[in-house]
Design a protein around this ligand. Structure first.
Ligand SMILES: O=C(O)CCC(=O)C(=O)O
Length: 188
């Protein structure tokens, strides 16, 4: 796990935050838990190259085309990290009541040998990780701020779960972008 504090300076991060909030076609997805349909506690969008389908939490994501700010970020991160990212999950936490539960990004579509690059924009939120195989394993936590980049290198997803807990005192929105490498259909 690599944490680059202020990977983007505040001015640059502000520009990306504003551009993405305006241009991304944000969606309210639903999941069914114990037979009950529930709204996910965040808005999201799957942006990817054609053929990069992705399914998680029983949701088949519709591929949205790249908007300019996301395309620019993908080019920079692919270059800096030496990984040809072909897809991006965007999550918008409207305030501290929005969250993401414990999970690992280990779906079969994802290339297990590629990193996941996670950029935070907007409000500071706590990000926690917990080892998968040790029931009593202690969680470790990071405070992710505006412009911070977290790189989850392999085998992070095999060995750890992560979450973004609720923080009811946070009133401002936070946007998170996770750049991923999907194995396009038929390549596996
Ligand atoms: O918002 C975050 O920092 C976490 C996002 C996340 O867990 C994911 O996209 O899998």
């Amino acid at each position: 796990m690599r944490h680059f504090v202020r990977w983007a300076n505040a001015d640059q991060a502000d520009l990306w935050l504003d551009a993405l909030l305006a241009a991304v076609p944000w969606k309210q997805e639903h999941i069914t838990v114990f037979g009950r349909r529930q709204a996910m506690p965040r808005l999201s969008c799957w942006m990817a190259d054609p053929g990069c389908e992705y399914r998680y939490s029983d949701l088949q994501n519709v591929i949205e085309p790249w908007v300019p700010a996301a395309r620019e970020l993908r080019a920079r991160l692919s270059d800096e990290l030496g990984c040809p990212f072909n897809s991006l999950l965007l999550n918008l936490y409207r305030d501290g009541r929005d969250s993401m539960g414990w999970h690992a990004d280990d779906e079969p579509e994802l290339d297990p040998d590629a990193p996941i690059a996670s950029l935070s924009l907007g409000a500071t939120r706590t990000f926690r990780m917990r080892p998968r195989r040790v029931a009593s394993g202690q969680a470790v936590a990071w405070e992710l701020r505006h412009g911070d980049l977290l790189v989850m290198d392999p085998p992070t997803q095999r060995d750890w779960r992560h979450e973004l807990p609720r923080r009811v005192r946070v009133l401002a929105p936070r946007l998170n972008l996770t750049f991923r490498k999907v194995l396009p259909r038929g390549v596996k």
